[in-house]
Design a protein around this ligand. Sequence first.
Ligand SMILES: Nc1ncnc2c1ncn2[C@@H]1O[C@H](COP(=O)(O)OP(=O)(O)OP(=O)(O)O)[C@@H](O)[C@H]1O
Length: 259
Amino acid sequence: MALAFEVRGLSVGYRRRPVIRELSLSPLAGGQVVALLGPNAAGKTTLMRGLAGLLPARGSIRLDGRELIGLAPAAHARHVGYMPQTLPQGVSLSLFESVLGALRANGLPGGSARTAREQALATIELVGLGALALRPLAEMSGGQRQLASLAQAIVRAPEVLLLDEPTSALDPRHQFEVMRLIRSQARAHGLLAIVVCHDIALACRWADRVVVLDPRGLAAEGPAAEVITPEVLARVYGIVARVERCARGYLQVMVDDTV
Ligand SMILES: Nc1ncnc2c1ncn2[C@@H]1O[C@H](COP(=O)(O)OP(=O)(O)OP(=O)(O)O)[C@@H](O)[C@H]1O
């Protein structure tokens, strides 16, 4: 049975600024990739941090029927992994040490120390950074640090993987590879991946469902082909856009103007 993830009446915000108010989503399932879209300041990061247990939340987040709100942060993090939008900076650790550290921080030694080291190295290979395993993060490019951050999130093998703009620093080839990797991880391990993305076509190409937020709350959700329409793009982003299918059947979004 695929894992079930349910968000009901969820509120997340900051001391004097509620951002996500009473948000309910259709149930999400393990094995899926869900793209979280929406304009700047819509609350995507706030929602992700609430789902990850990094901001206080009210309402309900259920994983296979078990309530996550109220769990201790370490227990919450074992179920729900989070890759932040900001890249790791100024860290003197090598890539290998940082990925091994992420694995250990989860309280999941992965068997023996040797197994843990092998797991860390295998994950580094998976994101395509095998040749840089011993390089300090501080000596990596922005794109390489973003891939390092992805490796740190994946190595923990959470059931729900939250990725906040994982492709923002990447060239087109690496964007493609990362989205393909996320989907193959979701399919292979039955994990649910929720990915924040500003590239609507990229999101539609790889996601099974999209959730669109705007500052008023949930604007739309469902399969990309049903949700991404000129009307929704005008209402949510304030753009005049055409939504067309390319020869291969993928959605393309062409922006002609602002509303
Ligand atoms: N630490 C904070 N304290 C108070 N308000 C915050 C904090 N962080 C973000 N906000 C506010 O919460 C709102 C939502 O911000 P959030 O970062 O969740 O948006 P976002 O959809 O991820 O935006 P972007 O696409 O620009 O990354 C914004 O109005 C922002 O100013």
